[in-house]
Design a protein around this ligand. Sequence first.
Ligand SMILES: [Ca+2]
Ligand SMILES: [Ca+2]
Ligand SMILES: [Ca+2]
Length: 363
Amino acid sequence: MHHLFLRFAVVLLLAGSFSVRALDRTNEVFKIYQFPADKIPTMDGLTNDWNIVPESYVIGSEQLVDDNGKHQVTDASTPKIRVKVGWVKGLNRLYFLYEAEDDYWDFAQPDLHNDTFEVVVDGDLSGGPLIEKFSPAKPFLGQWETYFALQGTHAQNYHIFTPAKDKDWCMVWGPAQWLKELPYANAAQKYDFLPGQPGHYALEFWITPFDYAGAEGPQRAVESVLKENKLIGMSFALIDYDDVNSGSTNNGFWNLSRHHTMYGQADQLCAFKLMPLEPHFRKAIDAQWSFQVVDMERRLVAFKDLSVGEIKSWHWDFGDGETSTEPNPIHAYKNPDHYVVVLDVEGPAGKARHSKVWNVVVK
Ligand SMILES: [Ca+2]
Ligand SMILES: [Ca+2]
Ligand SMILES: [Ca+2]
């Protein structure tokens, strides 16, 4: 019974209220696990740092469909995969653990003929074509102008080689090849089989999704901002090769989206939600706050409560001898200085305090 529950918990079901335009599998939202900041996975190919991710976050082979009709049902040659996706509040990164069992690991070639995990991500649900051949501008611009102007700019496609031996860890399908290097991505894999052998493969990686990632390099690029409870678009596919002599012909293409062309159409991605911390990592009460100088001439500062838990009372000490009991006060300082501001909060779970030393400065 417990096991059955876990399998159903893989996706959150939204009863018909899902209004995001033109996504695939629109009655489902897949979950992205939030790692606590002191438990960020290390990219070393060792999977132990992912053990805290509950089974309800795992996306397995049973969620993928064979959209090219080579295998109507899974058989012994179908790789068995398990995928966990994570994020960390404050970082615009998506973390992945990819584990797979295959009867024939095909990775001796230096080209695209390689067992592959393909990930497509649209960090702001902009939708639209991300591969030149789907662009409405192609008839006017031509293939290569369209490629450099459009491909991968607002949603990205990574062909990840599993394993990657004597080659880059992935092919970013577009001109922005800088996306697969630090500080925008990192990867580490572990396996102990030779080409053509069966075995277990583990890959950890993280990528940075971009709302704009241009061919010219990162200087004009805009990262997708990852925030708690935000939805992003994503799909992934497994491309299996089981014969080193088969040229470019693969053995199957298993897809999370039900549309094969999700590889180049962001409208066909699935919804993924950046989840809050699991309850056991949340504090019952925790004081947090931010501020913004609204008007430096009047030394006017807006304070914003970001405390966690049920809060019944607030006490702000602005550091100039004045105080407030409002949740989100606006305070005018009389003199230029740097201030120590302290917020004390109280609720059913107890008390909490947070101070910032010399963050609030007015002139
Ligand atoms: Ca690790
Ligand atoms: Ca294979
Ligand atoms: Ca986008």
